[in-house]
Write a protein that binds this ligand. Structure first.
Ligand SMILES: NC(=O)c1ccc[n+]([C@@H]2O[C@H](COP(=O)([O-])OP(=O)(O)OC[C@H]3O[C@@H](n4cnc5c(N)ncnc54)[C@H](OP(=O)(O)O)[C@@H]3O)[C@@H](O)[C@H]2O)c1
Length: 228
């Protein structure tokens, strides 16, 4: 059976590299982007069993419609990679309510609503992987190092990971984990970052391809567990 994977923020950066890596593993990939041309261009660049899905993960009604259409055409999603992200770099004194809200919408609301939509079929089918692309900046253990809107909402994405993983009944082959890609050379990470998008994508691709004995409800970097 060819796994069907959905990657949000797939048009560039780490999401594009995750899509590329999953294609190399033989997955069918639904590449999610908010801009139609960018989604189509990314699929053309990848040149495999990859299909553009136009979706703004923060617009709930439109997101649900796009997901319903995608499932009707391609079938149930086996693997969801919640990768889309946004970084507003203002410190607390300058933080705007709008930036905090948009960070929450991209990092928490979108992943939560997508998870809610795909998880029931994963449980029915007794197969599913949900990988939340988080950050060390969202780790209490690493002192929530990033700008406030980013750190707080990535910490909330980590909480969503734990909460969703805990909702999976024992014995089900459905795994929900978070990962930190490291500091990656992308539009978000900037040109000084030491890692390539392919290196940043590696742990997400690894988590997507683990077997039934794999962990549920954990946080990883470089394929190793890290603390929340
Ligand atoms: N780069 C790093 O060093 C680093 C470190 C730790 C964690 N991360 C995490 O890794 C993930 C990917 O980051 P990246 O470095 O590849 O960043 P990037 O190059 O800036 O890409 C971000 C992606 O998220 C998409 N996105 C943003 N808002 C969206 C929305 N409302 N709906 C749908 N898609 C939306 C963007 O789409 P548009 O093109 O339409 O804007 C883009 O595809 C993010 O979750 C980020 O927080 C990155």
């Amino acid at each position: 059976m060819t796994p069907l994977s959905m990657v949000t923020g797939g048009n560039r950066g780490i999401g594009f590299a995750i899509a590329e890596g999953l294609l190399k593993l033989g997955h069918k990939v639904l590449l999610v982007a908010r801009d139609e041309e960018e989604a189509e261009q990314a699929c053309a660049d990848l040149n495999g069993d990859v299909h553009p899905i136009v979706m703004d993960i923060t617009a709930q009604g439109a997101m649900e419609d796009a997901l319903t259409r995608a499932v009707a055409v391609f079938g149930d999603i086996d693997i969801l990679i919640n990768n889309a992200g946004v970084m507003h770099s203002d410190e607390l004194a300058e933080l705007s309510a709008g930036d905090l809200q948009s960070s929450f919408d991209v990092h928490v609301k979108g992943p939560a609503m997508l998870t809610k939509a795909v998880l029931p079929a994963m449980l029915d089918n007794n197969f599913g992987r949900i990988i939340n692309v988080s950050s060390g900046y969202g780790s209490f253990a690493e002192k929530l190092g990033g700008p406030p809107a980013y750190a707080v909402t990535k910490a909330a994405l980590n909480a969503l990971t734990v909460k969703t993983a805990a909702s999976v009944p024992a014995g089900k082959n459905v795994k929900v984990n978070a990962m930190c890609p490291g500091w990656v050379h992308t539009r978000m990470g900037g040109s000084s970052a030491p890692l390539t998008p392919e290196e940043g994508a590696d742990t997400a691709i690894w988590l997507a391809s683990l077997d039934e004995d794999s962990p549920n409800g954990m946080f990883f970097r470089k394929r190793k567990p890290i603390s929340w």
